[in-house]
Design a binder for this molecule. Structure first.
Ligand code: FCB
Length: 456
């Protein structure tokens, strides 16, 4: 036996990336709608106005999930469909869309995992200061309560925020994601503190308003350093680097995770970020530290480090890369899961992992994506290695179910198990879809089978 019984084999999406229908049924605008209007902001002027047309094709998409044998589906709710101004007036039509989707998933025996916020921040709240405004924590909690009251009798699994490192780092510091700001450190760290506070208040709102006992987590980026060898000194160096904060960079784990899971900001970070550290009021850390049920994170790659060498090792020339130029590093799943379990001591769920490739519909009508199969197979075997050593891993969500709007990259990065022909919306399951179906059906045992023999 490799993967535990009831392992949650999943796939993930996010609202702005798949839904489209940005002007339908009373949806309010978001920072991503605004950002896409900026000349040069998104590759080739693409935007999420139609995206994968999931808002209209959700029935077909659930049928595909059923065909895939998915046990769990992670999707996000567009805050501005539920509350067009971000706060105040509730848009029942927006809520009804997610209600129908949840019903269809449950009827297909697919466990819904709801992400409350996957980057599509309501424009009206952005005009009021957005994450820089401390009230954003209250706004988020009010939104969480509305959703919990509607869906909290049926939905048991919740994630508050997706990847704050990205929407703060790329969105508020580097200006390459919405809302496209290039703020200084004082403002960036203040906004970051407010996102943590929003997370904590969101957890409390879910616990207060869900009728079924909720299981709650959040989905930060999991950044891992990998030991260059199995030598104890390299493993120690990798662990230390995985949990370190360096000045001048937001790209770390502990600044975001320690407050949430341990109730304190990391001391090295507090030093590294001085004098820009945020004002923390009495009670903030207690709120941020509201108990969670599992440790979830998104992960795509890692860097290798060696004892005594502070900088990550250079990649060998010609190291495999995805279309995004992200290095292919299967052991990141093994080491991340081990290191995070050691430090934070909660059951683990991988909420995103996958790759973008050059996938198109071939003359035989199929989409051949052997790289995605090989990538996922290698990563999952590393995950299995951690499980075999006793780490409590409960689920794995492939990013992503179907090709979609890849933020600043527009539609040129295809991450899906299902190909989408954007002009027509036509869906074609890729070879990886058929392969993953076998992996799910055998609870992972087919990882040991030659992929070529598993479908066709
Ligand atoms: C993650 C995002 C997700 C998707 C993947 C490729 O950073 O959470 O929406 O864009 O990367």
């Amino acid at each position: 036996m490799s993967f535990p019984k009831n392992f949650l084999w999943g796939a993930a999406t996010a609202a702005y990336q798949v839904e489209g229908a940005v002007n339908e049924d009373g949806r309010g605008r978001t920072v991503w709608d605004l950002f896409c209007e900026r000349p040069g902001a998104v590759w080739s002027g693409h935007n999420g106005a139609v995206a994968s047309d999931h808002y209209h094709r959700w029935r077909e998409d659930v049928a595909l999930m059923r065909q895939l044998g998915l046990r769990a589906y992670r999707f996000s709710i567009a805050w501005s469909r539920v509350l067009p101004e971000g706060t105040g007036r509730v848009n029942l039509k927006g809520l009804a869309f997610y209600d129908r989707l949840v019903d269809a998933l449950l009827a297909a025996h697919i466990e819904p995992f709801i992400t409350l916020f996957h980057w599509d921040y309501p424009a009206e709240l952005y005009y009021r200061g957005g994450w820089l405004n401390r009230d954003s924590a209250d706004w988020f909690a009010d939104y969480a309560a509305v959703v919990a009251r509607k869906l909290g009798d049926q939905v048991r699994h919740w994630l508050t925020l997706n990847e704050p490192q990205c929407f703060i780092g790329l969105g508020h510091q580097d200006g390459i994601h919405a809302p496209g700001l290039k703020l200084g450190w004082t403002e960036v760290l203040r906004a970051a503190h407010h996102t943590l506070l929003a997370h904590g208040r969101g957890v409390q709102a879910l616990r207060a308003h869900c009728r079924a006992r909720p299981r709650i987590g959040w989905a930060p980026v999991g950044m891992v350093k990998l030991p260059a060898s199995n030598r104890a000194s390299d493993v120690r160096a990798a662990r230390e680097a995985t949990f370190a904060v360096r000045s001048g960079s937001l790209w770390n784990n502990t600044w975001w995770m320690d407050p949430v899971y341990l109730g304190r900001y990391p001391a090295d970070g507090w030093k590294a970020y001085a004098p820009y550290t945020p004002p923390v009021r009495d009670g903030d850390l207690k709120t941020i530290h509201s108990p969670l049920d599992f440790f979830a994170f998104n992960i795509y790659h890692g860097d290798f480090v060696r004892a005594g060498q502070p900088e990550p090792l250079r990649w060998p020339e010609g190291n495999p890369l995805t279309l995004f130029y992200w290095p292919v590093t299967p052991p990141c799943l093994y080491w991340a899961v081990r290191f995070f379990a050691e430090r934070y001591r909660l059951p683990i769920i991988i909420t995103e992992n996958g790759m973008s490739g050059v996938d198109w519909v071939a003359e035989d009508g199929r989409v051949h994506d052997p790289q995605r199969i090989d990538f996922t197979r290698r990563y999952l075997r590393e995950l299995r290695r951690a499980i075999a050593e006793g780490v409590d891993v409960r689920g794995y969500f492939h990013w992503t179910l179907l090709d979609n709007f890849e933020w600043a990259e527009g539609y040129r990065q295809r991450f899906g198990l299902i190909h989408v022909d954007y002009p027509t919306g036509r869906r074609t399951p890729k070879d990886s879809f058929h392969w993953y179906r076998q992996i799910i059906a055998t609870n992972g045992d087919a990882l040991d089978t030659d992929p070529k023999t598993l479908f066709h």
